[in-house]
Design a protein around this ligand. Structure first.
Ligand code: SF4
Ligand code: SF4
Ligand code: SF4
Length: 256
């Protein structure tokens, strides 16, 4: 009788998010059945009724926006040997962090009206602001094939293949006409590649959903935008769609 293979126990959790990244995972698992065979999914609210707490690898979607979230992500961190931020909400704070640009009481009153005091939400944060994160899978939503490649790398103990070069590299390889040359705006020069430059390929400027590359030359980017006649407000608008958390933390929003 052959010994039964011990499979890593995997769990999926969500915080403030639209759950689109988890849906992408469900989609990926339907077309990569080999992954389902390689791991044991013990907790995945969106896809399974299993609710075990003995997981080793935790994929976590969403931003931290409440004191309860903070307690919960710390418990997940204590249990998981490897914790992976799944998608932009978990990685950068994503669109959730746009509320950080305004006073929290004002935001709560706008959303919840007379019941604002019932809700203890605070500024949205990426997971890494609260706990140690081992791997970040960028994107809003994540790229299905990139998710699969990250899981495969984790299973064989390799560094997950997340690019650290800008979207422009992929865009130029595709032979696209640069959006700046047709009067548009694009954050491709400072945004992490890996999406195949999908937005510029279909005629839209990159809005930075995959977060900034390490050590981005943001000032050079602003100079480029100035050259094409854009204001600082325009620039900030594009930087804050997906990267408001960083703008506020770096003090750039306050300096406007
Ligand atoms: S990163 Fe985008 S797709 Fe994923 S959960 Fe957040 S808002 Fe939804
Ligand atoms: S369209 Fe955007 S991503 Fe493509 S080359 Fe121009 S600035 Fe870079
Ligand atoms: S081009 Fe930019 S906004 Fe579009 S998917 Fe890629 S990183 Fe996200």
């Amino acid at each position: 009788m052959s010994a039964q293979k011990v499979k890593p126990k995997v769990a999926f959790f969500d915080f403030a998010s639209c759950e689109g990244c988890q849906l992408t995972v469900v989609d990926a698992l339907q077309t990569h059945l080999d992954l389902l065979d390689a791991v044991e999914i013990v907790n995945f609210r969106e896809a399974s009724s299993e609710r075990r707490e003995d997981y080793e690898i935790a994929f976590v979607e969403g931003s931290i926006t409440r004191p309860y979230d903070e307690e919960r992500i710390k418990r997940i961190r204590e249990q998981a040997k490897v914790l992976i931020a799944l998608g932009a909400c978990a990685h950068t704070g994503c669109v959730n962090a746009m509320k950080n640009l305004l006073p929290p009481d004002e935001v709560r009153r706008y959303v919840y009206g007379d019941c604002a005091e019932w809700y203890d939400t605070y500024a949205a944060r990426p997971l890494s602001a609260v706990v140690k994160v081992d791997v970040e899978i960028p994107g809003c939503p994540i790229d299905k094939e990139e998710f699969v490649e990250v899981v495969k790398a984790l299973l064989v103990g390799k560094k997950p293949p997340i690019p650290d070069y800008p979207v422009c590299v992929e865009c130029k390889l595709k032979g696209n006409v640069c959006i700046f040359h047709v009067g548009g705006i694009c954050l491709g020069p400072v945004t992490r590649a890996g999406c195949g430059a999908i937005c510029p390929t279909y005629g839209d400027g990159c809005e930075g959903c995959r977060g900034l590359i390490p050590h981005p030359n943001e000032n050079a980017m602003e100079e480029v935008l100035d050259e094409v006649g854009l204001t600082l407000d325009d620039i900030m608008h594009y930087f804050t769609m997906f990267n408001a958390y960083r703008e506020v933390e770096d003090g750039k929003w306050a300096q406007r």
